[in-house]
Design a protein around this ligand. Structure first.
Ligand SMILES: NC(=O)c1ccc[n+]([C@@H]2O[C@H](COP(=O)([O-])OP(=O)(O)OC[C@H]3O[C@@H](n4cnc5c(N)ncnc54)[C@H](OP(=O)(O)O)[C@@H]3O)[C@@H](O)[C@H]2O)c1
Length: 238
């Protein structure tokens, strides 16, 4: 029997890698989108294969979401042999992200727009382009957002504004696309620090009631739960 297929953006490393791995272990075929992390994505596929009698449960699709043609990327997904075999797409996970603080005085409009391209335009285009394929399998879309809603995060206007636009777009689409396609969000707290924020990350953890960061696996569990909960749609921040 054909495996349900999930397409995840930025699925080769960090939180995306944990989601890709868990979904393979859970019986999905995962189309892992990457820009640079080809070797990392290949090792996720190889590791799964090694412990599962050589079974291949994923493939890599490479694209630069800022510069490449999204219509081509959508075509690659729709016409992927495993999507054709399954008869559509079970899940789209909008995970790819950029996260770099820039002071307001240094923030260019180009960088501001790049954040909106990755966090809003690309999820919009992917959801629109893959809608028929998702609808065919009563699939769902997940947007990975964050906990910045209603808060000021220093030097991250470009990031927080675009992430909260993604959240609102996902919630609105939950209304527009029901009952054919469910749409939800996951809002991770502090999970994996970026290279530049080790010190800041430690100070954030001091305020976290659990006293520790979450694990990428926690976010992967939430993604699997939402993909499989066929009564949940419009969840803004699981
Ligand atoms: N880390 C946390 O603690 C945390 C907290 C709150 C929310 N989140 C959210 O959770 C998600 C995953 O977090 P993360 O820290 O694992 O993400 P990340 O490492 O910052 O980024 C995920 C992936 O996005 C891809 N990407 C960036 N720019 C791209 C471009 N121009 N074209 C194509 N792909 C591009 C990269 O792919 P390649 O590596 O292939 O280049 C990267 O691996 C993100 O949406 C993030 O906002 C994370």
């Amino acid at each position: 029997m054909a495996k349900p297929v999930v397409f995840i953006t930025g699925g080769g490393r960090r939180i995306g890698a944990a989601i890709s791995s868990l979904l393979m272990e859970s019986g999905y075929y995962v189309l892992i989108h990457v820009r640079n992390s080809v070797a990392e994505a290949q090792s996720i596929i190889d590791n799964y294969s090694k412990s599962n009698d050589g079974q291949i449960s994923g493939d890599i699709i490479r694209a630069d979401l800022l510069n490449d043609d999204m219509a081509k990327l959508i075509d690659l997904v729709i016409n992927h042999p495993k999507v054709v075999e399954y008869g559509g797409l079970f899940g789209l996970i909008n995970n790819a992200s950029i996260y770099q603080p820039i002071s307001f005085s240094d923030l260019t409009f180009e960088e501001f727009k790049n954040n909106f391209t990755i966090h809003v335009d690309v999820p919009f285009l992917l959801t629109k382009g893959l809608y028929d394929s998702l609808k065919a399998k009563s699939g769902s879309v997940i947007g990975i957002v964050d906990t910045s809603q209603g808060r000021a995060w220093q030097d991250l206007t470009h990031y927080t504004a675009s992430k909260n636009a993604l959240r609102q777009m996902m919630i609105n689409l939950a209304g527009d696309l029901h009952p054919h396609v469910r749409v939800n969000c996951i809002a991770p707290g502090a999970i994996v620090s970026a290279d530049w924020e080790a010190e800041h990350f430690a100070s954030v953890l001091e305020k976290v009631p659990m006293g520790r960061s979450g694990e990428p696996k926690d976010i992967a569990n939430a993604a699997k739960f939402l993909l499989e909960s066929n009564h949940i749609s419009g969840q803004p921040s699981m």
